[in-house]
Design a protein around this ligand. Structure first.
Ligand code: AMP
Ligand code: ZN
Length: 663
C-alpha cells in the first residue's frame, strides 16, 4: 500500500468505527485501539499534507475559530410546526387533510426532540455546510462547529443522492449535560439551566475545539432536495440510516389515527427512559405525494403536526429549606420535600437556586409546592399552592450566617448568590478546594479520592493543598479503612503530580472563574506564577478573552497572604509554577500585534499547525479578512473571494514559505 492508500484506508476504517460507536451505539474496537489508529492517521496526515481532506476523521477534535458566524440563506425554507394538545386536535387535523387530498392518509410518527434545529447540506456524499434555523429563511453558518459532532457523518455511504439537505435536531443528552454541569459547579460557576439552551449555545461557541468537548448528538428527520429517490417519510428515515445518519428507531408507521394515539400515549410515559429530552411527538403525512398536495401555510407545513406532552408536575410538601456551601463559598438553598414520584423517579430534593427565587415565588417551609421535571436534572419548584398555606406561616428569612462555620454571609452587587467569606476556615470550602486541586483535570492525583481528602482534613493532617506535599505514609496508615498499600499509592500520586504542567496547576489553585481554558490562556501569556501575581487588573483585561470578572478574581486571589504563602510553598516543593523551558523555547513574541488569516491548503505544515505557530509566536488568528488583518497566509486553492477582499483592503498576501521565514 502506498501512503495515499494507507491514509484512505485508515480514514475509512475510523469513519466506520465512529459510525458504530456514535450512531449505532455498538463499538467493535476498544477506545485504546481507536486512539492508536487516530494517532497513526494524524501522523501520516501531518507528514503528507498533500492528502489533506476537510472531512477527515482527524478533524473531529476541532480547532477552527469563528469570530463572526456568516449569515447564509437556506436552500429550502425551514418552517415551524403547528401544535396540538389533545386527541380532538389531532382528529380535526386528520379530517381537514383527508378532505384536501380526497382520500385516506397514513402517518409517520416521530419523537419531537428538544434541541437546536440544523440544516446540513451534502454534496457528493460530503458534508458541505451546516446552518442554524435562524428566522427560517436564513441562518448562521456553523459548519466548523457541527463537524465536531461525532454522530454526524462527514462522508456518507451507499447510494446517496448527489445533492440534498437533511434536517435534524442537535441535542445534548442528559448524561453529558449532567457531567458538564458537575464540572461547572466544581468551578464555582452557575450550572446550565437546561440541555436545549446549552445545545444551541454550543453551536455558537467561537472555538470549535470547545464544541468538540461537548457531548452533542444529532438526530435527523427530514430531507429536502430535487428528485430524491424517496416516496414516503418512513422510507426517508430508513434511507437516512442507510446513508450513515442517526435516526432513532422509535419512529413508527401508523395506518390510522388510532395508531397515532397509541404512539402518543406510549411515549408520553416512556419518554423519560430516553437518553435525551423530548417535548412531544411529530405526526407527518407519510406519502410525499400527498405532502406536496397539502403544501404549507405561511408558517408551517399542513402535512405535519406536533403533539406536545404536558410537562410532568406533582405537588408535595416542602418540609425544610437547607443550605449547602460549595468550594467557592457559594450558598445554594435546597428544598427538602416529602418524597413523591415524578416522571418515574422518587424526588426528595429540589434546587431553589438563590434568595431571589425564594422571595419571588414566596416559598415557605410547610408549603405545598408544585414540582416540575423539565429539562433540568434536578427538579424545580415552580410555585406554591396558596390554597393550602397555613395562614400563620411567615415569609422565609434567608440565612445570614454560614450554616457550616457561622460566618456572616456576603452578597456582591449584581450577583444572585450569597457567599461565605470565611475562605480560610470554612470546612466545606477547605475540603472542596483540595478536592478540586487533586481532580482529574487539575493535578490528577492518583490513589487519592474526594472522601479521603475529607478524612485527611477532618483528622487535622492537611488544611490546604500545599500540605499534601508534606504528608507521610505513617500518618495515613492509621486512618479509617487505610492500608499500607493505599497509603503508599497516595504518596506516590502526590509525588508524581509535581510533573503536572503549569496551566493545570493554575487551574487546580481554584481561583474563581479560572477554568481550564482560562488557565491555559493565562499560563501562556504570563508564563510564570510570579508574573501573573504581579499583573494588575488593567493589565489582565488586555489579555485575549480575559474579562473584568476574571481579572478581578485573579487580583483578589493574590491579595490574600494565605494564598501567597500556599503558592510559595507549592513552588518550594517542586510543583510546576512556570511554563517549562522546553515549552517556552517554542514560543516567541515575533508576531506580536499582527493578525493573520489563514486560507487554502498548505504543503509543509497543516492548517492547525500554522495557526498554532502564529499563536505560539504571539500573533492572532482571525477567520475573516477585515481592515484589522495584517497578513493573509495563502496556500493552494485560496478562495477567490478572499483574495479579492484582501487585495481591496490592501492586506499583504504571503505564501507559506514567506510565513515560515517570519518565524
Ligand atoms: P416549534 O419550534 O415548536 O415550531 O417546532 C418545530 C421544530 O421542532 C422544528 O424546527 C424542529 O427543530 C423540531 N423537531 C424536533 N423533532 C422533530 C421531528 N421529528 N420532525 C420535525 N421537527 C422536529
Ligand atoms: Zn462558612
Amino acid at each position: 500500500m502506498n501512503i495515499e492508500q494507507q491514509i484512505t484506508s485508515l480514514r475509512n476504517e475510523l469513519r466506520e468505527h465512529n459510525y458504530n460507536y456514535y450512531v449505532l451505539d455498538n463499538p467493535t474496537i476498544s477506545d485504546f485501539d481507536f486512539d492508536q489508529k487516530l494517532k497513526q492517521l494524524q501522523e501520516l496526515e501531518k507528514a503528507h499534507p498533500e492528502f489533506y481532506d476537510a472531512n477527515s476523521p482527524t478533524l473531529r477534535v476541532g480547532g477552527e475559530v469563528t469570530k463572526n458566524f456568516e449569515t447564509v440563506p437556506h436552500n429550502f425554507r425551514m418552517y415551524s410546526l403547528e401544535n396540538s394538545y389533545s386527541k380532538e386536535d389531532l382528529e380535526d387535523w386528520e379530517k381537514r387533510i383527508e378532505k384536501m387530498v380526497d382520500g385516506h392518509v397514513e402517518f409517520t410518527c416521530e419523537l419531537k426532540y428538544d434541541g437546536a434545529s440544523i440544516s446540513l447540506t451534502y454534496e457528493d456524499g460530503r458534508l458541505k455546510k451546516a446552518v442554524t434555523r435562524g428566522d427560517g429563511f436564513q441562518g448562521d453558518d456553523v459548519t466548523a462547529n457541527v463537524k465536531t459532532i461525532r454522530s454526524i457523518p462527514l462522508q456518507l455511504k451507499g447510494d446517496y443522492p448527489p445533492l440534498f439537505d437533511i434536517r435534524g435536531e442537535i441535542v445534548l443528552p442528559f448524561e453529558g449535560f449532567a457531567k458538564m454541569n458537575a464540572e461547572r459547579v466544581e468551578l464555582g460557576e452557575e450550572p446550565y439551566r437546561n440541555p436545549r439552551n446549552t445545545a444551541s449555545g454550543s453551536l455558537k461557541l467561537q472555538d470549535s475545539a470547545e464544541v468538540a468537548k461537548r457531548p452533542l448528538d444529532c438526530l435527523l428527520y427530514n430531507f429536502q432536495g430535487e428528485r430524491l429517490p424517496i416516496k414516503t417519510q418512513f422510507e426517508s428515515l430508513e434511507k437516512a440510516r442507510h446513508w450513515g445518519f442517526k435516526v432513532p428507531d422509535a419512529a413508527k408507521l401508523a395506518k390510522s389515527l388510532d395508531e397515532v394515539l397509541e404512539f402518543v400515549n406510549y411515549w408520553d410515559v416512556h419518554r423519560h427512559e430516553l437518553p435525551y429530552e423530548t417535548d412531544g411527538v411529530v405526526v407527518k403525512v407519510n406519502n410525499l405525494q400527498q405532502q406536496e398536495e397539502l403544501g404549507y401555510t405561511a408558517k408551517s407545513p399542513r402535512w405535519a403536526m406536533a403533539y406536545k406532552f404536558k410537562a410532568e408536575q406533582v405537588s408535595t410538601v416542602l418540609n425544610q429549606i437547607t443550605y449547602q456551601v460549595g468550594r467557592t463559598g457559594a450558598i445554594t438553598p435546597v428544598a427538602n420535600l416529602e418524597p413523591v414520584e415524578l416522571a418515574g423517579t422518587i424526588v426528595k430534593r429540589a434546587s431553589l437556586h438563590n434568595a431571589d427565587q425564594i422571595a419571588k415565588l414566596d416559598i415557605r417551609e410547610g408549603d405545598t409546592v408544585f414540582v416540575e421535571k423539565g429539562g433540568e436534572i434536578i427538579p424545580k419548584i415552580i410555585g406554591v399552592d396558596f390554597t393550602l398555606r397555613d395562614p400563620n406561616s411567615n415569609p422565609t428569612e434567608y440565612i445570614t450566617e454560614c450554616p457550616e462555620c457561622g460566618t456572616e454571609l456576603v452578597r456582591q452587587e449584581g450577583e444572585a448568590q450569597h457567599y461565605c467569606p470565611n475562605f480560610e476556615g470554612c470546612p466545606p470550602q477547605i475540603i472542596g478546594r483540595i478536592q478540586h486541586f487533586i481532580s482529574r483535570k487539575a493535578m490528577d492525583i492518583e490513589g487519592l479520592g474526594g472522601e479521603t481528602v475529607a478524612l485527611l482534613v477532618n483528622n487535622g493532617l492537611i488544611n490546604n493543598y500545599a500540605d499534601l506535599y508534606l504528608l507521610k505514609e505513617e500518618q495515613i496508615i492509621p486512618l479509617e479503612r487505610m492500608a499500607q498499600k493505599s497509603a503508599e499509592n497516595i504518596i506516590k500520586g502526590i509525588e508524581a503530580s509535581k510533573q503536572i504542567p503549569f496551566d493545570r496547576v493554575l487551574f487546580g489553585l481554584g481561583i474563581r472563574y479560572v477554568g481550564e481554558t482560562v488557565a491555559k490562556k493565562l499560563a501562556k501569556h504570563y508564563k510564570t506564577i510570579d508574573a501573573l501575581r504581579n499583573a494588575s487588573e488593567e493589565e489582565l483585561v488586555t489579555v485575549d478573552e480575559i474579562g473584568v470578572r476574571i481579572a478581578q478574581s485573579v487580583v483578589s486571589f493574590f491579595t490574600s497572604e494565605e494564598n501567597i504563602e500556599t503558592v510559595a510553598r507549592l513552588k518550594s516543593y517542586g510543583v510546576q509554577l512556570e511554563i517549562s523551558a522546553e515549552k517556552l523555547a517554542s514560543q516567541t513574541d515575533t508576531l506580536s500585534g499582527s493578525t493573520f488569516v489563514v486560507s487554502g491548503v498548505f504543503t509543509k505544515v497543516t492548517r492547525n499547525e500554522l495557526k498554532k505557530l502564529i499563536e505560539d509566536n504571539g500573533g492572532k488568528v482571525s477567520s475573516s479578512i477585515s481592515s484589522k488583518t495584517n497578513y493573509v497566509v495563502a496556500g493552494e486553492n485560496m478562495g477567490p473571494s478572499k483574495k479579492t477582499k484582501a487585495e481591496d483592503l490592501g492586506v499583504a498576501i504571503i505564501s507559506e514559505d514567506d510565513f515560515l521565514n517570519m518565524v
